[in-house]
Design a binder for this molecule. Structure first.
Ligand code: MG
Length: 252
């Protein structure tokens, strides 16, 4: 099932994608279930929004693909390398990535995103699926020059608009055979099977939930494959994941 959050006629609602329509839900399905109102809205008449606004945090994993760790000039760390993006960095599909004047080098990082659906603390890897609400696509936009300059990554990763999410949450996603591809103005920059991830989604949830409690609506970005590169004003970035659609944003 594909869940969208959308605005239409001045109201924000959640809906289930049914071909060209949104079947309107009575509540946020993460908390209120999948009861429908009976109303349908053509997708073409709606504005899709970020499908989730993280309740407390976006948890990110750095260097979770060996070829990306290599292009960054090192080896992948033995354990997941965690950092956070603030929830104020989240934008939705087709929203603009605002390039901050504080940076001269802003790069795309297409990533699989996991949406947490229940309170998760010390979750074992074998139980991780039970705390997942669904999957979507993320772009871990990064000011590469500030990342190198600062040593720690809060500023480089945390600007407003630096976490596009969407277009929908798929509640039945399977990684089996799925690939991720990032394109800039149609040119393929990153392409990899999701099976190239070093630490699996289950391992990441276990590792992160041993550190801090994950709340419903928190999002995990699972790392980016090789091929990261700059985006400049006017560029359109598309991140596509098999079965999840395409997350498209233009930089300005
Ligand atoms: Mg990243």
């Amino acid at each position: 099932m594909k869940i969208a959050r959308f605005s239409h006629d001045g109201a924000i609602n959640f809906g289930i994608i049914d071909e060209t329509d949104l079947v309107v839900l009575a509540a946020d399905p993460m908390f209120g279930g999948f009861e429908t109102t009976g109303e349908r809205v053509p997708i073409a008449d709606a504005v899709l929004l970020a499908p989730v606004i993280p309740r407390s945090k976006v948890v990110c994993v750095g260097k979770n693909y060996a070829d990306h760790a290599k292009e960054m000039g090192g080896e992948a760390p033995a354990e997941p390398l965690l950092f956070l993006k603030p929830n104020t960095s989240v934008i939705g599909p087709n929203d603009r990535i605002v390039l901050p004047s504080l940076s001269d080098r802003i790069e795309h990082e297409g990533e699989l995103a996991v949406v947490i659906g229940s309170v998760a603390r010390n979750v074992r890897a074998e139980d991780a699926a039970s705390v997942i609400f669904g999957h979507t696509i993320g772009n871990d936009v990064t000011a590469r020059d500030l990342q190198k300059k600062d040593g720690q990554w809060t500023r480089a990763k945390g600007f407003d608009t630096f976490c596009p999410l969407g277009p929908v949450i798929e509640t039945e996603f399977s990684l089996d055979g799925a690939t991720i591809e990032t394109r800039v103005n149609g040119d393929v920059r990153q392409q990899a099977p999701l099976s190239d991830m070093i630490h699996s989604v289950a391992e990441i949830i276990a590792y992160a939930s041993a550190v801090f409690t994950l709340l419903p609506g928190d999002v995990i970005l699972t790392g980016t494959p090789a091929g990261v590169g700059p985006i400049v004003s006017g560029d359109t970035v598309e991140v596509a994941v098999t079965g999840l659609g395409v997350l498209r944003n233009t930089a300005a």
